[in-house]
Design a protein around this ligand. Structure first.
Ligand code: PHE
Length: 347
């Protein structure tokens, strides 16, 4: 027994010395500690030994067994991971592909539709001043319609008295001002981007969302032209047989002004509408944007001769039309980075 223990210990120590890598160590573990190992065999011989010797051999075998286990563990923890056998024929894990966010791809889709009509795409500035966001748009400082738009003011020093305080824009309309002050008419521009409002967040409101502003200025711009442009867009974007409804409305920066609804593309057909439609709530119409003829005061603020030139403008909420088109019930889904939601739109 003594000799066997000694030999076993020596061969084990030699083998563990040479062993490299996890799988090799695992083989050694099975060989020396497994059910069919020599040590298990030696343990099984103990009952056949003289009674007074059994205790001491058992003890020695346990010491050897612990030593083997300890050495294997030690070596395993030292073994560099990359030495594990790599099966080069195994299929590779393909990297996850990202995709455009649904709001970005719809923005792009809308821009392409208007490009066909000759509109240029120019992004405005997300950080604005009071003059561009309100005053130049015919919203004087004390005007009540500032309330709904009153937004997040930034602690930046104001540039001059005329500009007023610095803020996150509450709509994309100030890009009308920025562009009209720089570019001579005739012009037709589409300006998408983020806007901010102090709205309480719920399923249909967010303190930040996306809008697209569109406007055209020239010597022969009319409300009929505005209707034609919006009708072309709605047919391309929603469906070929969509109908539009212009409801008179008030915006300080357009006169006359209207809100525009599209016929519900889920339930509204020539035969009527469904009472229980989840998209339009049985109304048969969906509001998509605000629009109108640019107010002469706005043209004047941009140094444009309002006797010679007219313009139309419209502004639509991208989030809202995406929610309508894809029947999304909660605006917060756009901003939570939940891949289960976002991956449904692999564009
Ligand atoms: N700026 C308006 C809003 O945010 C939308 C609008 C734009 C209305 C252009 C008329 C003309 O509600």
């Amino acid at each position: 027994m003594e000799k066997e223990i000694k030999n076993l210990k020596e061969t084990f120590l030699k083998e563990i010395e040479k062993a490299k890598g996890g799988s090799c160590l695992e083989k050694i573990r099975i060989k020396y500690l497994g059910r069919k190992s020599q040590i298990t065999n030696l343990f099984s011989q103990i009952p056949s030994l003289p009674r007074e010797e059994r205790g001491s051999w058992g003890k020695q075998l346990n010491i050897l067994k612990n030593l083997i286990a300890e050495k294997i563990d030690q070596k395993t923890s030292q073994a560099p991971r990359q030495e594990e056998e790599i099966d080069l024929t195994y299929p590779a894990v393909s990297p996850k592909k990202g995709s455009r966010h649904i709001l970005s791809s719809v923005t792009k889709e809308i821009c392409l539709i208007f490009k066909d009509l000759g509109f240029d795409v120019i992004e405005g500035s997300e950080i604005e001043d009071q003059w561009h966001n309100f005053t130049a748009l015919n919203i004087p400082p004390e005007h009540p319609s500032q309330d709904a738009f009153d937004t997040f003011y930034l602690d930046f020093p104001t540039q001059d008295e005329k500009s007023g305080k610095i803020l996150l824009r509450s709509h994309t309309s100030p890009s009308q001002i920025r562009i009209m002050r720089q570019v001579e008419p005739p012009l037709a521009v589409l300006s998408p981007g983020r806007v901010y409002r102090p709205d309480v967040v719920d399923a249909t409101h967010s303190f930040m969302f996306y809008q697209i502003e569109g406007f055209a200025v020239g010597e022969d711009i009319s409300f009929a032209g505005l209707k034609g442009v919006l009708f072309y867009f709605a047919r391309q974007f929603f469906s070929k047989d969509v109908r539009l409804r212009f409801r008179p409305h008030f915006f300080p920066f357009t006169e006359p002004s209207a809100e525009v609804d599209v016929s519900c593309f889920v339930c509204a057909t020539k035969k009527g509408k469904k009472k229980k439609c989840g998209v339009c709530k049985g109304k048969g119409w969906l509001e998509i944007l605000g629009c109108g003829m640019i107010h002469p005061n706005v043209l004047k603020a941009c140094g444009i001769d309002s006797k010679k030139y007219q313009g139309f403008a419209f502004g639509m909420g991208i989030d809202r039309i995406v929610m309508q088109k894809y029947q999304i019930k909660d605006i917060r889904l756009f901003y939570e980075n939940d891949l289960n939601f976002l991956e449904q739109f692999p564009i």
